[in-house]
Design a binder for this molecule. Structure first.
Ligand code: UFG
Length: 329
């Protein structure tokens, strides 16, 4: 299938491009390279540096490349920044997505795979999270993703769009061969910061809060390997053949892992010590977030190949050892 991967030079998008190639599909990347890295995508993959607001150009690409399905990874994804600069989030995450969807409808492309997030659930009352639980985001980032989910439902009913929205938990790790991996600027995610603290590339890690109602007092998260995430995006293709299909899936391993457990995993994998300080809680961090992803496993046959934090961190470390400064550009 010819697949347009919007945000294909970003962290999750670039891993998905490789999985598409491995599965025999033809990815075409569209990325404005504000956050993405050209080097994260193989030279031979058609690559367009375009903004989604440029509907004329995006429409041309859809037609020229005979695109059958669009995967949309491009978004701003810093929870804290979404609180201080919500305008940026509504424009980049909601308005830009509407431009893309309007182009798709205009060009007759009616299959869509959307990157959503567990942040749409807010602070859940029960755990693990099931897709049918109430969604009440507590920050603009989560709200913008929920807004798009809702638009997609309406478009499916009105225009026959078929879509899957995947609610990611904590994407982590890197390609098994260490050739591509996580490189954000700024970096705020726990695993790359813990690795950099271990190697001395950054100051000691700040552990945000050890007084949460969790077994060791630090937050529990559900770290899911980026290649496992990617594979779910391809497994859903067969379910998007019915016009108007509206599918929602949690993607996480279901295993809650504390911040201190991540530190221990980094120490085990690297053989180094992770220096850290206890710091106050970070605003907006729920104590625990982990998935029930039985629906994806049962319906899509989604197989989690990296079920434990050590195997996930091992791939992140392989990428880091080969590229201590990330991508060159
Ligand atoms: N943490 C630290 N120190 C750090 C960085 C993180 O203690 O320097 C802790 C956080 O408090 C949190 C855990 O490590 O408990 C994981 O934090 P990340 O920043 O790596 O990830 P988040 O869980 O905050 O964010 C992820 C995604 C977001 C998504 C969010 C939903 O990266 O895109 O889950 O809550 F919105």
């Amino acid at each position: 299938m010819n697949v347009l991967v919007v945000g294909g030079a970003g962290y999750i998008g670039s891993h998905c491009v490789r999985q598409l190639l491995a599965a025999g599909h033809q990815p075409v990347v569209l990325d404005n390279l504000i956050y993405g890295h050209r080097a994260a995508v193989a030279e031979e993959v058609p690559f367009y540096t375009v903004n989604l607001g440029n509907e004329k150009e995006v429409g041309k690409i859809l037609r020229k490349e005979s695109i059958e399905l669009v995967m949309h990874f491009a978004a701003c994804a810093y929870v804290g920044e979404s609180v201080t600069d919500p305008m940026k989030y509504y424009f980049n995450n909601v308005a830009a997505t509407l431009h893309l969807l309007r182009c798709m409808m205009g060009s007759g492309v009616k299959k869509f795979v959307f990157s959503s997030t567990c942040a749409t659930y807010g602070v859940p009352e029960k755990m693990p999270l099931v897709e049918t639980m109430p969604q009440a985001p507590i920050n603009p980032y989560g709200q913008t993703k929920l807004d798009v989910e809702n638009a997609l439902k309406a478009f499916a009913a009105a225009y026959g769009l078929s879509f899957a929205a995947f609610r990611y938990f904590n994407a982590a790790g890197a390609a098994e061969d260490g050739s591509i991996g996580e490189h954000h600027h700024p970096e705020t995610h726990l695993i790359p910061l813990a690795i950099d603290a271990a190697t001395g590339a950054r100051p000691p890690l700040q552990v945000f809060g050890n007084d949460y109602p969790t077994p060791d007092g630090t937050c529990l998260r559900d770290y899911v390997h980026v290649d496992d995430l990617s594979r779910a995006h391809i497994a859903v293709f067969d379910y998007l053949t019915t016009p108007g299909a509206a599918l929602f899936y949690n993607l996480g391993t279901g295993t809650p892992t504390s911040v201190l457990a991540v530190i221990r995993a980094v120490e085990k994998v690297t053989g180094l010590t992770v220096p850290y300080n206890l710091a106050p809680r970070r605003a907006g961090d729920p104590p625990a977030l982990y998935a029930d992803s039985i629906k994806a496993q049962n319906e899509l046959g989604w197989l989690i190949q990296y079920p434990d934090i050590t195997s996930i961190v091992a791939t992140a470390w392989k990428w880091h050892e080969a590229h201590p400064k990330g991508f060159a550009k």
